[in-house]
Write a protein that binds this ligand. Structure first.
Ligand code: ATP
Ligand code: MG
Length: 373
C-alpha cells in the first residue's frame, strides 16, 4: 500500500500543501513547532478518521478558518483510492472514498492501513489499561472489520446494562431485564475476547523475535492477555461464555452496589514483560521504547499477513530516542515499507539512510519544501 500524494488545506498550521510522496522513504525535517507531527496526523486522520492526539475536531481546523480539507491518493491492491476528508467547524466531518460519502467515519478504518509510532506511545506501557485497550482496539479494527462493529454494539450494551444497574431496585422487572442484557453482553463480549486473544497471540508470535533481535538476543519479551472475566487459556468459545455467565451471576450484588458493569472485555488488560518482569514497573526508558517498537513492527507484520500488503508506517521523531543498534535495526527493517519519518536532527537520519533511495523535505512554519539529496 502506498500513499502517492497528499493535499492539505487549512489544517492545523498548514495553509496549502500539495506533495508527492516517495514510495518507500520520506523524511521530514524541521525545528520544533513547525508542523511535523501535524503532517503525520493528517495521514493518520485519513486512515483512522480521528486524531491520535487529545484534540477535538474543531481544534484541527486552522486557527481563524472554518473548513479544513485533506486529500490522500493511494494505491492498494493495485487499485487507486482517493480519500477526502472535510472538517467544518461545529459540523460532522465528512469522509469520501473515491467520491462516495460514508455514513459513518468508522467505516473508513481498514481502507488505508497505517501503523504509527510517536513518543507518546510510551503510554501504552506506562498508562492505564485504557491505553492498552485503545491500542489493540484500533489495531484489530484495521484488519477485522467485524471487530469495530462488535465493539460499538458492546459499548451500547454496557451503557444500557449500567442504566438498569443504576436503578435496579426501582423496578421489579429489572431482575428479568438484566438477564436479557447479560445474554447480549456475554455473546458479544465473548466474540471480542476471542478476537483479542487471537490478536494478542499473533502479536506475541512476532514481537518476541523482534525484541530479541533489537536487544542483541540479550532480553526476553513476553506478552499476555489479562482477561477480566478470568483465565481463558485453552478455552473454546462455549467455555468462555460459561465463565462469563458465572462471573456475572456470582457478582450481581456487587454490580448493583457499584451501579456499573464490572466484568467483561471493557476491563481487559495486556501484560507486557521483559525478562519476566512487568515493563510498566521495571523496564528502563530504552527498554520501554524497544517494547513499543517491537509491538509496532509486529503490527506491521500482522497487517501484511491479513491483507497481503504492508501498511504505511508513520514514525514521529522516535529515532532520536533509540540507541545506534536499535536505530540501525529499525532503518533496516523498514526497507520495502512506505515510511514517513519526522525528525529534528537531520544529520543523524541522513547518515543512517545514506544508501537509501528517498525523498527529503523540510517543514518550516507550515510550509513544506524539497531538499535534494
Ligand atoms: N488548529 C491550528 N491552527 C493553526 N496552528 C495550529 C493548530 N493546531 C496546532 N497548531 C500549531 O502547529 C504548530 C506545529 O505543531 P506540530 O506538533 O506539528 O510541531 P512539530 O514540528 O511536530 O514540533 P516538535 O518537534 O516540537 O514535535 C504548533 O506551533 C501549534 O501551535
Ligand atoms: Mg512533533
Amino acid at each position: 500500500m502506498i500513499v502517492k500524494s497528499l493535499k492539505i488545506k487549512d489544517y492545523r498550521n498548514f495553509n496549502d500543501v500539495d506533495i508527492e510522496l516517495h514510495p518507500v522513504l520520506n523524511i521530514f525535517m524541521g525545528n520544533n513547532g513547525q508542523g511535523k507531527t501535524n503532517l503525520l496526523e493528517s495521514i493518520y486522520l485519513s486512515s483512522i478518521g480521528r486524531t491520535f492526539r487529545l484534540n477535538s475536531e474543531n481544534e484541527l481546523i486552522k486557527f481563524n478558518e472554518n473548513i479544513s480539507k485533506i486529500e490522500v491518493s493511494a494505491i492498494k491492491n493495485n487499485q487507486n483510492i482517493k480519500i477526502r476528508l472535510l472538517l467544518e467547524k461545529s459540523k460532522k466531518k465528512q469522509v469520501l472514498i473515491n467520491g462516495v460519502k460514508l455514513d459513518k467515519t468508522s467505516e473508513m478504518i481498514g481502507i488505508l492501513n497505517n501503523v504509527i509510532f510517536t513518543p507518546d506511545d510510551l503510554k501504552i506501557i506506562k498508562g492505564s489499561p485504557i491505553e492498552r485497550r485503545k491500542f489493540i482496539n484500533i489495531d484489530i479494527s484495521q484488519v477485522k472489520p467485524k471487530y469495530k462493529y462488535l465493539l460499538n454494539n458492546y459499548k451500547k450494551i454496557t451503557t444500557a446494562r449500567n442504566n438498569i444497574l443504576k436503578n435496579y431496585y426501582t423496578n421489579k422487572q429489572n431482575k428479568d431485564i438484566i438477564n436479557i442484557w447479560n445474554d447480549y453482553l456475554i455473546n458479544i463480549g465473548t466474540d471480542l475476547i476471542w478476537y483479542r486473544n487471537e490478536y494478542i497471540n499473533n502479536l506475541k508470535k512476532y514481537a518476541v523475535g523482534i525484541y530479541s533481535d533489537l536487544s542483541g538476543n540479550k532480553e526476553i519479551f513476553d506478552l499476555s492477555y489479562s482477561c477480566n472475566i478470568g483465565n481463558i487459556t485453552n478455552m473454546d468459545k462455549n467455555g468462555i461464555k460459561e465463565l462469563f455467565k458465572d462471573k456475572l451471576n456470582t457478582n450481581i450484588d456487587h454490580e448493583i452496589q457499584k451501579k456499573t458493569t464490572l466484568y467483561g472485555p471493557h476491563k481487559d488488560d495486556i501484560i507486557i514483560k521483559i525478562n519476566n518482569k512487568e515493563c510498566k514497573y521495571f523496564a528502563s526508558q530504552g527498554q520501554q521504547r524497544s517494547a513499543i517498537l517491537a509491538l509496532k513492527l509486529s503490527e506491521i507484520e500482522i497487517i501484511k499477513e491479513e491483507i497481503g500488503e504492508y501498511p504505511i508506517l508513520l514514525l514521529d521523531d522516535v529515532l532520536s530516542e533509540l540507541d545506534n543498534n536499535r536505530k540501525g535495526y529499525l532503518i533496516n527493517y523498514i526497507k520495502g515499507i512506505q515510511t514517513v519519518i519526522t525528525t529534528t536532527d537531520d544529520n543523524d537520519l541522513k547518515n543512517l539512510t545514506q544508501n537509501y533511495d528517498k525523498k527529503l523535505y523540510y517543514i518550516n512554519d507550515g510550509k513544506i519544501g524539497n531538499i535534494t539529496n
